[in-house]
Write a protein that binds this ligand. Sequence first.
Ligand code: SF4
Length: 322
Amino acid sequence: MINSNLLTVRDLKKYFDTRAGFLKKPAPVHAVDGVNLNVGQKDVLGLVGESGCGKSTLGRSILRLIEPTSGEIIFDGEDMMKVDNRRLRALRRKMQIIFQDPFSSLNPRKRVIDTVGEPFIIYGMAKGKALKERVVSILEKVGLSSDSLYRYPHEFSGGQRQRIGIARALAVEPVFIVADEPLSALDVSIQAQIINLLQELQTSLGISFLFISHDLKVVRHFSERVTVMYLGIIVETGKTEDIFTNPQHPYTEALLTAIPMPDPSTKRKKIILAGDVPNPAQIPPGCRFHPRCPKRIEPCDKIRPKTTDLGGGHSVECHLRG
Ligand code: SF4
């Protein structure tokens, strides 16, 4: 069970139009295709799946950084899809994003004080000396000194740039952060520092996270619950330990067997999935995982399975568990 809900997403869809050849009807790309999820207060929900399954599009759609096609996004009791622009701007202050690539997400012409201080100015929260003091205070929270204030992004290492990105996200005191593969552009040696920093901040500030990552070891370390996405839909959700020790969906099982074991003498049979994630403009009928599923049975290629509630917050979409 999660703490009281901060975010509820219902049947969220994001379709992109594609250009097709002359006289051909465009086939929409079903990047996010009817997602339901909840994030509680002070909760960390890990979102996993292969590249191209729609994780980043889902994260950005929830924040309305890209406009969803349809669905509901109830944040702090308000439907983000129905509020006017003024209210949306106010709600956005409480919802921030940390991007994957700390270099391209920072403006190379802006000094740290301008980058981290900008949200204060946008929301009219501080200026002048007060702004500088608040920026210094946030930099300290993320482990950067006041010497950083007047320096430019290229003067920092990758890990330090990600700290600046985190500082900017924290500036407006958010209660919810989408962290979109925040470690994948960093050296392995730096990744542990950044994940420890996020964990410290999450605990001390009580921020809820949607933590998007393809690195399951990191997700297990950071997340209280995990949701697994495949080809635009959620196929399994549960408490982190349930998902890692008792996965119920064949796709989750396959993802888990790809994690290297810490003890090389421990043998685990790796499940190799055939092919890549299919083109989201050509969704397979029935269970959309069936062309790659090693356990598929008779109705899988014709009938989409329903979501089965397994109890204890664990749910799965698979005929084997229906
Ligand atoms: Fe595999 Fe069938 Fe379950 Fe889909 S519904 S994951 S094809 S067993």
